[in-house]
Design a protein around this ligand. Structure first.
Ligand SMILES: Cc1ncc(COP(=O)(O)O)c(C=O)c1O
Length: 465
């Protein structure tokens, strides 16, 4: 290409960029975003994706360091998933599951039952993680009602939990910043302290911290189990709270206590599912068998909105009755079990198998650990590093010794992530926690480069402090 042509091309791209950016500001309201602030900057407009990279309208390439908000699994524009969607579109894109059934939704349900923890046998589809959780809550509630135990109506959740943004999911959530404003609309329940040592004022060892959390839950269930329908947890990692990891021991104890006190256990694998923690599902780390499991995000390999709530036979059976008894589950979404999304999910699960994705994760996870220890841990403003498989949170603090946070309005996390773009990496912080959740298909070189970029970005922003 001659220089003039290149300039024209660049000018064309430049004008396309500003056109999209200005149209974006004119018409789109972005999620979890102060639009006043957004409207003052140029929107980064992503036009395409290839493998583990995103490309903006100017042709700039970025490594997708957060898997497009924790969804992408095998990379973008994957030929097998693309083809599965095309093949399905040539058959039919969607038909309702209200009164009809469809091969992709049937085949996927069978596959999900196959790969999830033993005991889960029925699949109820929806289209977002929040909906999958909302459904689990309503199912747990109605299960006890159908059993005639109408006093079991309350839910237990963990402090700092995040289960989505619909009102039921918010009611069992515990992040004040997101949830406070809606508090008059929410139902009340119980919340217990998860074992999170870094900011635990009582200190001690990990095991002591875990024991305290178990004791607190034990006491709560012992006193209140007759009014409790279910407990809901994010297994091993409280993602949106800042990648707060907890000992897998706690998950096992939660499962045991729920069984002991006849409280259903809902495990929200929306973020952790499909390989993120190093196993297909986080439940596998302790071989627990929940009563209900919520799946979304990675279920379609990050292609299309689809979610599922899986339940045991015992729960399902409690909804079976003569129609006149009104025991059926009164819930359903228009796009439930969408055929294109189900085809994408089937293809994604097949790739897990064909490419032996889970086995291949172990060395990548070890490499991340090593790189974090060598390059990130020594940095002056890094207070805590939390890793569970391919999920990482790097907490930046003003005072490393005393674990004192930066002031909120310093927006350190946001500044670091913005800086990373200059190095060609897309990140999104949770407050001052830098989140890394690269696609499972990331190569070792890409992972090293990702962590190098994070180190450089932290140093660039905090260097003069
Ligand atoms: C553990 C967990 N549950 C539920 C949700 C909500 O999922 P969605 O955004 O698809 O509604 C999220 C989203 O981040 C999540 O991390």
């Amino acid at each position: 290409m001659k220089i003039n042509e290149k300039q024209t091309e660049a000018a064309k791209r430049q004008s396309t960029e500003s056109m999209w950016s200005s149209l974006d500001k004119s018409f789109v309201w972005h999620p979890f975003t102060q639009m006043e602030q957004w409207n003052q900057s140029n929107s980064l407009v992503i036009e395409s994706g290839e493998g583990n990279y995103l490309f903006d309208t100017e042709g700039n390439r970025y490594f997708d360091g957060i898997s497009s908000l924790w969804t992408n699994v095998h990379g973008h524009n994957h030929p097998k998933i693309n083809q599965a969607i095309i093949n399905q579109a040539e058959q039919i894109a969607h038909c309702t599951l209200l009164g009809l059934a469809s091969p992709p939704s049937i085949a996927l349900a069978q596959r999900l039952v196959d790969i999830t923890p033993t005991g889960l046998s029925k699949v109820f589809y929806s289209d977002s993680g929040s909906s999958a959780v909302e459904i689990a809550i309503k199912m747990a509630f109605q299960y006890w009602k159908n059993r005639g135990q109408t006093q079991k109506t309350k839910f237990v959740s963990l402090k700092n939990a995040y289960h989505g943004d619909t009102l039921g999911a918010v009611s069992v959530g515990g992040i004040d910043l997101f949830h406070e404003v809606f508090s008059p609309l929410l139902f009340s329940g119980f919340s217990v302290t998860p074992p999170y040592l870094y900011r635990d004022p009582l200190g001690g060892t990990e095991q002591e911290c875990c024991n305290r959390a178990v004791l607190e839950l034990h006491e709560l269930l012992e006193t209140n189990h007759q009014s409790i329908a279910a407990m809901i947890v994010e297994p091993l990692v409280q993602g949106a709270a800042g990648m707060l990891t907890y000992a897998s021991d706690y998950l096992r104890k939660v499962s045991e206590l729920c069984k002991e006190f006849e409280v259903l256990l809902i495990v929200d694998e929306v973020a952790t599912g499909f390989g993120r923690t190093g196993t297909m599902f986080a439940c596998e780390h302790e071989k627990i068998h929940p009563d209900l499991v919520c799946l979304a995000k990675g279920i379609t390999g990050g292609y299309l909105p689809l979610a599922a709530t899986l339940v045991t036979d015992e729960i399902y059976a409690m909804f079976l009755a003569d129609p006149s008894e009104d025991k059926q589950f009164f819930h359903g979404h228009t796009y439930t079990g969408n055929a294109l999304a189900a085809a994408a999910a089937l293809a994604s699960i097949q790739i897990f198998e064909d490419d032996d994705v889970i086995t291949n994760l172990a060395p990548k996870i070890q490499l991340i650990d090593k790189e974090l220890t060598e390059k990130i841990k020594p940095l002056s403003f890094v207070g805590d590093i939390r890793q569970c498989g391919m999920m990482v949170g790097i907490e930046l603090v003003r005072d490393k010794e005393k674990a004192i946070s930066f002031a909120c309005d310093e927006l350190i996390g946001a500044q670091v992530c913005h800086k990373a773009r200059d190095y060609g990496v897309i990140l999104r912080p949770l407050g001052d926690v830098i989140v890394l959740m690269p696609p499972l298909s990331s190569t070792k070189d890409e992972l090293v480069s990702l962590i190098d970029t994070v180190a450089s970005s932290i140093l660039d922003i905090t260097g003069s402090m």
